[in-house]
Design a protein around this ligand. Structure first.
Ligand SMILES: Cc1cc2nc3c(=O)[nH]c(=O)nc-3n(C[C@H](O)[C@H](O)[C@H](O)COP(=O)(O)OP(=O)(O)OC[C@H]3O[C@@H](n4cnc5c(N)ncnc54)[C@H](O)[C@@H]3O)c2cc1C
Length: 306
């Protein structure tokens, strides 16, 4: 299947996965980089051609018009972009300049002769929507969807491009984000608190259980956004954090689809809920039907003595 796809991500690891997708689809992969280290990495990891845009103080997305020009000159029929905040900015602007269709945040991407077949969750994760989009097109893809391209012996040439940034966007300052809660993305064990807790003070039970088993504490969206009991950084689900711990243990979480979408890659899911028909039990490997105010203190006691 001849043809060229240009790939871009501000996260090098995602770009290497996208190069893997192009190669697996029989496409020539042209990788776009904004720093020399990433460019060298792509050259060694299967890109047929690497274009390095030196952007100095400017943001990569300020080069969207220049990138659109690159796509035209390369005769590209696809722009495959990592779904990060920066990537989505770049993808939308480039699609606008070229008047190409854009499909964002796909969960599955397959390349056919003259079109891309994409899948993505819709209606809060309740259904999967399949779309066919004619090439040329722009697609954004989250991390972890494709095998990273293997190291290639040859190593592609890196071509440095002169490009004109859009001066309307200027980087004034960089400041690190102060995270308030735990880093759930890399947590090995998570205790998740839901609306089953009657009072904020009662969350101490979740924290005590977490301390005993060495877990981080997360929550459902309602606990963070409706009750403001925990920071929004730690709510789990389709609009919050996606987690994949070895153990996810929910307490008083009903398990609506928007929540379960964020936990389904957990190795073991355990749940405590009063309602035996709570949907969380359909997703769970282990469940305890009972009152959290009885079950959790008993669990803490039992596990303390293990
Ligand atoms: C577009 C959209 C996006 C959303 N995104 C997210 C998201 O990312 N994450 C998310 O979590 N939600 C999300 N939601 C909200 C989601 O639909 C649910 O409303 C939410 O997850 C419910 O939170 P919960 O399970 O804590 O509360 P509830 O649904 O109220 O469940 C509370 C549970 O506690 C149990 N319970 C009550 N008392 C006790 C007790 N004493 N002991 C034991 N169990 C008890 C009940 O039986 C019940 O199952 C989204 C909704 C929409 C529309």
């Amino acid at each position: 299947m001849a043809g060229t796809f240009v790939v871009y991500s501000d996260k090098t690891a995602i770009a290497i996965e996208l190069i893997g997708f192009c190669r697996g689809s029989g496409k020539r992969a042209v990788a776009l980089a904004f720093d020399a280290a990433a460019a060298q990495e792509y050259a060694a990891r299967g890109a047929e051609r690497v274009l390095l845009i030196e952007c100095g103080q400017n943001l990569p997305e300020a080069y969207a018009k220049a990138v659109a020009g690159v796509l035209e000159r390369e005769g590209a029929e696809g722009f495959i972009v990592g779904s990060t905040v920066r990537g989505r900015e770049m993808a939308a602007r480039v699609a606008g300049y070229l008047e190409w269709p854009l499909v964002s945040d796909v969960s599955k991407l397959v390349c056919e002769e003259k079109e891309l077949v994409t899948e993505r969750p819709a209606y809060g994760g309740a259904v999967v929507q399949q779309e066919r989009v004619k090439l040329p097109a722009v697609v954004t893809v989250p991390a972890g969807k494709f095998e990273p391209a293997a190291t290639s012996g040859a190593g592609a040439e890196v071509v440095t491009l002169e490009a004109q940034p859009d001066e309307r966007t200027v980087l004034l300052e960089r400041a690190s984000v102060e995270k308030q809660g735990a880093d759930l993305g890399s947590a090995e064990k998570i205790v998740c608190a839901g609306m089953g807790f009657a009072k904020k003070e009662d969350l101490k039970l979740a924290f005590d259980l977490a301390a005993v088993i060495g877990a981080e504490v997360g929550c459902s969206r309602s606990v963070a956004e409706e009750r403001n009991w925990l920071p929004t950084d730690v709510y789990i689900g389709i609009s919050g954090a996606t987690v994949k711990p070895r153990l996810y243990l929910s307490i008083g979480v009903s398990g609506q689809v928007q929540h379960v979408v964020g936990i389904r890659d957990s190795r073991v899911i355990a749940a405590i809920d009063l309602n035996e028909n709570a949907p969380i039990f359909k997703a769970a490997d282990y469940g305890i039907v009972g009152d959290l105010y009885e079950v959790v203190p008993a669990l803490i006691e039992a596990l303390k003595n293990c």
